[in-house]
Design a protein around this ligand. Structure first.
Ligand SMILES: O=C(O)CCC(=O)C(=O)O
Ligand SMILES: [Fe+2]
Length: 314
């Protein structure tokens, strides 16, 4: 048994830590960790935002992947209005099912309330939100409306650019030509025990295993344990073993991860392509409630080899 690790992850981290940072004029940015996350203060998200402010928020999302906005008094309409700046609002297929949710009553808001009688809480496994969709969510925006009295209930995030860049070069090349199926039945039937209603189908979509981010142009690892069922080009045994290696890689590398600690009136916005997250359920039997708005765009994760046009990256 050795504690030796190869150096690819350090080179990836060095590269990440030397990336260019924008100068922000419209708000203050305090990084949460070197690998991802920043706290944003000095901007009121309930007021109308101008193009300059929005451009900087999108830039910060590219630079830090996860943005925490403390001290935001947002009602549901303001939450959705802010979400619309990132694309069309997503309607979750389980929005009115009690398997997972608290039935917010608004199809554009996924609500959940976790407490003593709850058997599943949203996001209690490393995942990208709803990656089984043909246009997977780009931006997820979460408010935790009730925090557990005992503390805890952090959300953990992992940086998937670093997950990809830290793999060895031959393994990166091997993965680059592959595609994987992301299947709603994995997350919702196997994960939460939810079945589609009559006439409903859970989406299943083939996505590149190594994808190119349409906004930043950077490659990232795009498989997750909650939704990815198999790699199309491999045998079942090969696929299981490669996916298991990749899942453990994301889960294990704490240097690629950060935990977000919740405060009352905080809005959390994340890039749902280049990160995975996991809700940490360490507060049982106390209550924790949340409401999520998510936005998707026409241009989702691209095959790694594709060259993007400027219209696609706008
Ligand atoms: O409860 C959390 O912190 C995150 C839950 C989750 O996975 C989500 O809202 O997408
Ligand atoms: Fe999630």
């Amino acid at each position: 048994m050795s504690f030796y690790q190869d150096y690819n992850d350090k080179l990836a981290i060095e590269n990440w830590n030397h990336r260019a940072h924008a100068n922000y004029q419209h708000f203050d940015v305090s990084p949460i960790s070197p690998s991802l996350g920043a706290e944003i203060r000095g901007i009121d998200l309930s007021a109308p935002l101008n193009e300059g402010q929005l451009a900087e928020i999108r830039q910060a999302l590219s630079d830090y992947l996860v943005l925490a906005f403390p001290g935001q008094k947002l009602d549901r309409e303001a939450h959705k209005a802010f979400g619309r700046h990132f694309g069309r609002l997503h309607q979750h297929v389980l929005g009115d099912s009690t398997a997972l949710t608290a039935r917010s009553g608004d199809p554009e808001i996924l609500g959940w309330q976790t407490g003593r009688t709850t058997r599943y809480t949203a996001g209690d496994a490393w995942h990208n939100d709803v990656s089984c969709d043909p246009h997977p969510i780009w931006a997820s925006l979460l408010r935790v409306t009730r925090l557990p009295e005992v503390g805890g209930g952090d959300t953990a995030f992992a940086n998937l650019y670093l997950a990809y860049e830290s793999l060895s070069t031959p393994f990166q090349h091997f993965l680059e030509g592959l595609t994987a199926v992301h299947d709603g039945r994995e997350g919702w039937s196997n994960g939460y025990g939810a079945q589609p209603k009559d006439g409903q189908v859970f989406n299943a979509t083939e996505h590149p295993v190594v994808a190119r981010h349409p906004v930043t142009g950077r490659k990232f690892l795009f498989v997750n344990e909650a939704f990815t069922s198999h790699i199309v080009q491999l045998t079942r045994a090969e696929s299981d073993s490669v996916l298991n290696t990749l899942y453990r890689h994301v889960e294990k590398q704490q240097s690629f991860q950060a935990r977000v600690r919740w405060q009352p009136d905080m809005l959390l916005l994340w890039d749902n392509w280049a990160t995975q997250h996991r809700a940490i359920w360490d507060y049982y039997p106390f209550e924790r409630w949340g409401e999520r708005v998510s936005a998707y765009r026409e241009h989702g994760p691209q095959p790694a080899g594709d060259i993007l046009t400027s219209a696609q990256t706008a």
